[in-house]
Write a protein that binds this ligand. Structure first.
Ligand SMILES: O=C(O)COP(=O)(O)O
Ligand SMILES: [Mg+2]
Length: 233
């Protein structure tokens, strides 16, 4: 038996037929390299540096949202109101710095490699759904040796909407010809949980990722684990 009893109780003995996986904070700890890039950007703009703890709270809604929050020191209202003309030069600095830092300190969390290997062996299709732009996602996947793992990779800029919209999740189900009720989303943030719930997809949350400083249990995931291997038998 591949899946944990809890998942079998929900999906039946065969388990989920499609896995939708978040990247940052679920499969990889990317905050160290993201912090390097955010702080390089802020230094270039002669602003005070952010540090890893702030970055871990600001990540989750894509690169532009991260930059907006960094420019406004986490003030969400100010961040959203920031004119695009203020974001663009900062984004250019961030892009250069993050492409350089990308996989310097970034690695997979405990259990992830074994979990992905087991699912690949079992032939369960996996789709990566990340709010990270494609520009960074593909080289990162390549450096991790994960490019071949996924039947499909959906990044922040691939569709009209990103998480917390259910759109990328529903797109993945349609493309893989699996009903949402037979799919499982795994993520670390409320964006993943909200997207899954809006799509009618069961969701498992990991406790070790980034969730804007909040407890992921507040987002009512169907299961909470602190290692992906807990989802397996
Ligand atoms: O880039 C982000 O903001 C978050 O990316 P994720 O969706 O893979 O967690
Ligand atoms: Mg995430």
């Amino acid at each position: 038996m591949l899946w944990s009893q809890a998942l079998q109780a929900h999906f039946g003995a065969a388990g989920p037929q499609l896995l939708l996986l978040d990247l940052d904070g679920t499969l990889i700890d990317s905050v160290p390299d993201l912090t390097t890039a955010v702080d390089a950007m802020l230094a270039g703009l002669k602003r005070p540096l952010a540090g890893a703890e702030n970055v871990s709270h600001w990540i989750g809604n894509g690169a532009d949202a991260l930059i907006r929050r960094a420019l406004c020191r986490g003030d969400e209202t100010a961040a959203q109101a920031l004119p695009a003309a203020d974001v663009q030069p900062a984004r250019a600095l961030f892009d250069v710095a993050y492409l350089q830092a990308l996989h310097q300190a970034t690695g997979a969390y405990a259990g992830v490699a074994e979990f992905l290997h087991n699912l690949q062996q079992a032939g369960v299709p996996m789709v990566l759904i990340t709010n990270k732009p494609r520009l960074f996602t593909l080289p990162l996947l390549e450096s991790l040796g994960w490019l071949e793992l996924f039947a499909l990779v959906l990044c922040a800029d691939d569709l009209a909407e990103k998480k917390p919209s259910p759109l990328p999740l529903l797109h993945a189900c349609a493309q893989q010809q699996v009903a949402p009720a037979q799919a499982l989303m795994i993520g670390d943030s409320r964006n993943d949980m909200q997207a899954a719930q809006a799509a009618g997809i069961a969701c498992a949350a990991v406790t070790y990722g980034y969730n804007h400083g909040a407890d992921i249990a507040d987002s009512a995931p169907d299961w909470v684990v602190d290692n992906l291997l807990q989802l397996l038998a």
